[in-house]
Design a protein around this ligand. Structure first.
Ligand SMILES: NC(=O)c1ccc[n+]([C@@H]2O[C@H](COP(=O)([O-])OP(=O)(O)OC[C@H]3O[C@@H](n4cnc5c(N)ncnc54)[C@H](O)[C@@H]3O)[C@@H](O)[C@H]2O)c1
Length: 255
């Protein structure tokens, strides 16, 4: 069986955990050379090692995606990029009233500026080679009003907007750009915000968040990775400027 990403150079941000980790493992298994960018040194190095131990090609780069100059330097080191996945992201729970300027700025710096920084750094090489695929992680929070997600929804709306703009402007350069909007996916991201925001009610909140998907459960990182592989491989060659829901029916099916 032929591999779908043989020798493709893939950069995945936030690859030290959750969805990013699952994508890195799957992409490496399909022959990609995976560059894992994360500011969790331990997590990122562990995933890179796991990939190498199973015969895959991976390199970890300590990165804060919010740091424009730092990101630019890392992309210079990497050189050619065939696939960029902007996956690193942070959560914030709170309405407008509960979202202070610091909270807002923090979410903006990672979820919006971080995407801008990586897009900016990867574009020249993709334009040069007249090919490239970009996949951004948006969220169901970009298209429907989820309670207490003011800053997070702002950031994911911006991700969808940036996706469309890049897809439009570089379609004639052979660059495809899409995003995916997951519903709840069981990762440390979800466990972390439940623990932080609902202490003592972890079990109830986990159950509540699970059944809010009409399919009755959260997604798995591996399910998201499979859609990412489809969109980033030649299987998705006719797809650009799209925002794919992968949410167990969360947005489109009434409960
Ligand atoms: N899990 C969900 O339910 C869900 C739903 C919709 C969208 N998403 C989106 O999917 C993406 C991945 O989520 P996840 O659940 O796998 O999260 P996660 O917390 O498990 O992993 C996120 C990774 O990003 C890294 N990261 C965070 N800030 C960074 C920074 N400034 N620079 C570099 N790395 C940074 C973290 O260290 C971590 O390894 C996020 O963009 C998130 O918003 C997640």
């Amino acid at each position: 069986m032929s591999l779908k990403l043989e020798n493709k150079i893939a950069v995945i941000t936030g690859a030290g955990s959750g969805i990013g980790r699952a994508m890195a493992m799957l992409f490496a298994g399909q022959g990609a050379v995976v560059h894992l960018l994360d500011f969790d040194q331990k997590g990122g190095e562990e995933v890179a090692k796991e990939i190498q131990n199973t015969g895959g090609k991976a390199a970890f780069h300590f990165t804060n995606v919010a740091d424009f100059a730092g990101v630019a330097t890392i992309f210079e080191t990497i050189g050619k990029v065939d696939i960029l996945i902007n996956n690193a992201g942070i959560a914030h729970v709170g309405s407008l009233e509960n979202c202070g300027l610091d909270d807002f700025e923090k979410v903006y710096q990672v979820n919006v500026r971080g995407v801008y920084n990586c897009l900016h750094a990867a574009l020249p090489t993709m334009k040069n080679q007249k090919s490239g695929v970009i996949l951004n992680l948006a969220s169901v929070a970009s298209s429907i009003g989820i309670p207490d997600r003011f800053a997070y929804s702002m950031s994911k709306g911006a991700v969808v907007g940036m996706t469309l703009s890049v897809a439009r402007d570089y379609v004639t350069d052979g660059i495809r750009c899409n995003c995916i909007s997951p519903g709840r996916v069981h990762t440390p991201f979800v466990d972390g915000f439940i623990a932080k925001n609902y202490p003592g009610q972890e079990k109830e909140m986990f159950q509540k968040l699970s059944v809010s998907q009409p399919v009755g459960r959260m997604g798995t990182p591996e399910e998201i990775a499979k859609l990412a592989l489809f969109l980033c491989s030649d299987d998705g060659s006719f797809i650009t400027g799209a925002d794919y829901a992968i949410d167990g029916g969360f947005v489109n099916l009434k409960m």
